[in-house]
Design a binder for this molecule. Structure first.
Ligand code: ADP
Ligand code: MG
Length: 381
């Protein structure tokens, strides 16, 4: 890992000689969507794009923060003034981490993020986890990765005010090169599952549709409420306890909408387990079929897709992808397609043509192999 990937001139100008430089990646969720809040499993992996945080101790109680991506604003705050009510912009992600970790000494923090912002690749978790990893090392705090995941989630939930689950921070902190991370959302236990697409000549294409439909907030709450209602009516603790058979026999006790929402949840949990088996068997045809089934379920039963996501998925499949699905909350954001590495440009062209035909905003494309989670990349400059 070399420093050439981070903006050296800016680091020097701002943090002089940093004491430590940490990096943390963005992520993509391979499968397991809208299931974290139902005690399900998720199977994300870290992408190669990372956010870098260069830190230097200060002798006083000031925190100074700057970002290469936000050069206009260099923030200076006294540690004693950091609390969730303090107004601000992007720096709130950093201050939230300082707050959640209980940092008690001044520090300069310089950020250089290479994870595209707002593309559904979790640049926010990459930012939080790079800062948390740097602070943990700089002040010899000794927090383990699970604790860091909880603290950075707390920063985003309680300081920034975004109600995200634990997936993004967990994978940004814990991921290993060449593996996806099976995370059990019921007890937060993890398992690394080898996801070796490259040696099979495959690649995962990430398609940012650039669509953001306003339904998102209400839509998300409505889906969660449906799941809560099913759980209450059937007297179970979570969707994890439900099977398709049991759901079928309980059909009369719930509404039709609740039935199809629950069907997504139950079938998606099963698909994650099947996807792990497919990865372990290096059966990428099966993995592709599971991605397709996940998309169909999210589109028809959970009803969280949108025309842009469907177009990205359909065009990918028509151009020969093994499988494709929407990722994230839905109503916009990104899709993924499992493709032959030699076909990348063909698939991209097919999607671009389909988007033009529908007069959609031009999509953005990223590819990434499963990469390493957060790490200290350098001490000193
Ligand atoms: P996502 O996590 O999907 O990229 P979010 O809206 O959750 O989208 O997080 C994006 C926000 O995180 C940005 O608007 C900005 O406030 C903050 N952010 C992420 N990376 C950086 C960075 N390198 N520099 C400054 N702010 C950043
Ligand atoms: Mg985010």
């Amino acid at each position: 890992m070399s420093l050439s990937t981070i903006d050296k001139a800016f680091v020097k100008a701002f943090a002089q000689t940093p004491d430590v430089i940490a990096a943390a990646p963005g992520r993509v969720n391979l499968i397991g969507e809208h299931i974290d809040y139902s005690d399900g499993y998720v199977l994300p992996f870290a992408i190669a794009d990372r956010t870098y945080a260069a830190l230097r101790k200060r002798p006083d109680r000031l925190v100074r923060i700057a970002s290469v991506q936000q050069r206009k604003l260099i923030v200076t705050v006294n540690l004693d003034d950091i609390n969730p009510k303090l107004k601000g912009h992007w720096e709130r992600y950093v201050l939230g981490v300082i707050w959640a970790m209980g940092i008690n000494q001044g520090v300069n923090i310089m950020i250089d993020g290479h994870v595209p912002l707002g593309a559904g690749l979790s640049s926010s978790a990459a930012l939080e986890c790079s800062v948390a990893t740097g602070l943990n090392d700089l002040f010899s705090l000794g927090f383990d990765l699970e604790t860091l995941a909880r603290l950075t989630q707390k920063a985003e939930n309680d300081y920034v005010g975004v109600p995200c689950g634990i997936m993004d921070q967990s994978v940004s902190l814990m991921a290993k090169t060449g593996s996806a991370l099976l995370l059990d959302c019921r007890d937060l236990s993890v398992r690394h599952v080898v996801f070796d697409v490259a040696s099979s000549g495959l690649e995962l294409l990430i398609i940012d549709t650039q669509a953001h439909h306003s339904l998102t907030d209400g839509g998300y709450a409505e889906r969660r409420a449906s799941c809560d209602s099913v759980v209450a009516k059937l007297g179970i603790r979570s969707m994890r306890e439900l099977t398709l058979e049991k759901l079928e026999t309980s059909k009369d006790e719930i509404t039709e909408t609740e039935f199809i929402r629950a069907r997504h949840a139950v079938s998606e949990i099963a698909r994650v387990i099947d996807a792990v088996a497919a990865l372990e068997a290096k059966n990428f045809i099966e993995l592709g079929a599971l991605l397709n089934a996940s998309h169909t379920s999210l589109r028809d039963d959970y009803d969280v897709s949108c025309p842009e996501l469907n177009a990205a998925v359909n065009a990918s499949l028509s151009a020969g992808a093994l499988g494709a699905r929407m990722v994230g909350g839905g109503f916009g954001g990104s899709a993924i397609a499992l493709i032959k590495a030699s076909h990348t440009q063909e698939v991209i062209n097919a999607i671009e043509i389909e988007f033009k035909r529908n007069s959609f905003k031009a999509p953005r494309f990223f590819t990434s192999l499963p990469s390493q989670g957060a790490e200290i990349i350098q001490r000193g400059l």
